[in-house]
Ligand binder design. Structure first.
Ligand code: ZN
Length: 308
């Protein structure tokens, strides 16, 4: 195996992105159990909840009860997602460690996802950003549909950079570039990371949120890793989708990502065997097998060691 070539932080988004479009609503107790199991795997960040209107996304209802019910592990950052000022206020009150705020790079998708214009979403952001920072909460921002929009098609690099710059000006410590509909290819990932890095500077964390909709998710993650990304989102077992993006399938599976990164020489701090166990546990709540592959095939080269 390679010598360590760097560290990439993993943000486990299964409890949020993974469950938000599931036909079966997970109970508060089940969501708490999932988060607590994940927090024992060595993953350093979990996107645990989203503070959206439960009438629009009933799967994410009772976010406050979930946050209040989990057993906090001090080594883990618990993040909550917000799409507007109301959601951000709820996240602060619920005691998240990190607020993830989303602006979508295309106007049509932002209006479908956030229910308002990009301009209003950014104005909301400016109004809540100082309150979030004063509360000691880390501000991490995601530019949704950075690599393509299901309604408008291609997204201009300048639009992504323009939004990223405004988010950083408002106090975001990180920018996540989301391939919400899983349309990107590796060259696009490398190019956009390089350009956004030049725009926001080295002091800002950069990450990617990748979906495997067109089977490019892991190639994209490898491209992101070798382009100097700081963090990657992934969901346990590859569960998930987006309720407002047609045909958006699951995130890249966390255990598959951690296996790939480990064997490429990147440190993630995650115990992959423990992640696999959580995937198998979670699978019982789904009607069909989860998309994750390492949970089926097992790790390597550990299997060789077993035979020795
Ligand atoms: Zn997503």
């Amino acid at each position: 195996m390679n010598a360590k070539v760097g560290t990439i932080e993993i943000c486990e988004v299964g409890p949020r992105d993974g469950l938000q479009s599931e036909p079966r609503l997970w109970s508060v107790e089940e969501r708490i159990e999932l988060i607590d199991k994940l927090s024992a795997t060595g993953v350093s960040r979990i996107e645990a909840v989203s503070f959206v209107n439960p009438k629009r996304v009933p799967q994410m209802g009772d976010a406050e009860a979930v946050m209040a019910g989990i057993t906090r592990n001090n080594a883990v950052i618990y993040a909550g997602l917000a799409l507007n000022a109301r959601g951000a206020d709820r996240a602060v009150d619920a005691g998240v460690d990190e607020l993830r705020y989303v602006v979508v790079a295309s106007e049509t998708f932002n209006q479908k996802n956030q229910g308002t214009t990009i301009e209003k979403t950014l104005a909301d952001y400016r109004s809540i950003a100082s309150r979030v920072r004063e509360a000691g909460i880390k501000l991490s921002c995601t530019v949704g549909a950075s690599f393509g929009c299901p309604f408008e098609g291609e997204v201009a690099t300048e639009d992504v950079i323009n939004i990223a710059n405004q988010l950083v000006d408002g106090g975001a410590l990180e920018i996540g570039l989301a391939d919400t509909i899983g349309a990107a290819v590796p060259t696009q990932i490398s190019n956009l990371i390089t350009k956004v890095r030049m725009a926001v500077g080295n002091g800002i964390g950069l990450g990617c949120h990748l979906h495997n909709t067109r089977n490019t998710g892991f190639a994209n993650a490898a491209a992101a890793a070798t382009s100097g990304i700081d963090f990657l989102d992934a969901s346990i077992g590859g569960i998930g989708g987006c309720p407002f993006a047609p045909q958006a399938t699951g995130n890249i599976a966390t255990e598959d990502l951690c296996f790939m990164l480990r064997n490429m020489g990147f440190a993630t701090g995650v115990d992959i065997e423990k992640l696999i166990a959580v995937s198998h546990w979670a699978e019982q709540f789904f009607d069909s097998p989860l998309p994750g592959q390492v949970m089926k095939a097992g790790l390597f080269p550990e299997v060789v060691n077993l035979k020795a």
